[in-house]
Design a binder for this molecule. Structure first.
Ligand SMILES: Nc1nc2c(ncn2[C@H]2C[C@H](O)[C@@H](COP(=O)(O)O)O2)c(=O)[nH]1
Ligand SMILES: [Mn+2]
Length: 215
């Protein structure tokens, strides 16, 4: 080993055995489902080549880094963004219109997280951290969890505007079900800016339509 490779100063946090290493690898492969599973809401609206679940979580994580709220633990928020929809790798992206009750959705997602944390990652320190972040998000009792839920809402609205612009689509329900519920002042400001931008887009599209019909 070359001289400049640091030697390990501390014992590893977690030293899995043979089958635990296989289970850990199975979890790594499970994560691929988040990269490939498309978000249900866009598929319902026939949006071509819609974003995946991980696309959605990635932008949320970067949005968290853009916050100027010094009262928040931003590193925790970034990690919470990246695991908040992790259960969907098992249960899929359940959208409101599917008529699945919140209790049933929670039950399925809790079962999925339990499987990941205990059966795949064998309660490793990383697994327990993932579980804690996921539960904190679901419980919505901390400023970080409420902030990340607001990012979930804003990110979806931003994506809806991008699809309206790109595909001349009309996705009003996605704005109605998200931005009005945002509580964090900074994300509310982002939301106002987004709606201003949308208004400009709609004026442009209306102008284009009027011009096209008068030619
Ligand atoms: N058709 C609609 N789908 C919606 C609406 N609001 C949310 N959704 C979709 C978006 C996602 O696919 C899914 C839930 O997303 P999470 O990030 O909360 O897991 O539901 C809507 O108004 N109409
Ligand atoms: Mn989400």
């Amino acid at each position: 080993m070359s001289a400049n490779v640091p030697t390990r100063e501390f014992p590893p946090l977690y030293a899995p055995t043979g089958h635990q290493r296989k289970d850990r690898l199975a979890f790594f492969h499970l994560l691929e489902k988040l990269k490939t599973q498309k978000r249900t809401g866009w598929m319902d609206n026939k949006i071509p080549n819609p974003e995946s679940i991980s696309d959605h979580m990635y932008r949320m994580a970067v949005l968290a880094m853009c916050s100027s709220d010094q009262g928040l633990d931003i590193s925790k928020c970034v990690m919470m963004c990246l695991v908040h929809d992790l259960a969907e790798a098992h249960v899929g992206d359940i959208a409101p219109r599917e008529g699945i009750t919140a209790a049933e959705k929670s039950r399925r997602e809790e079962e999925a997280i339990h499987n990941v944390v205990h059966d795949m990652l064998h309660d490793s320190p990383a697994a327990l951290q993932i579980e804690a972040l996921w539960k904190e998000y679901e419980e919505r009792q901390t400023p970080e969890a409420r902030f990340v839920k607001d990012l979930d809402r804003f990110e979806m609205a931003a994506q809806a505007l991008e699809y309206e612009r790109e595909h001349d689509a009309s996705l009003q329900p996605f704005f109605d079900s998200s931005l009005p519920k945002v509580q964090h002042p900074e994300v509310q400001e982002w939301g106002r800016d987004l709606l201003d931008e949308r208004q400009g887009l709609q004026s442009t599209q209306a102008g284009n339509t009027k011009q096209a019909t008068t030619i």
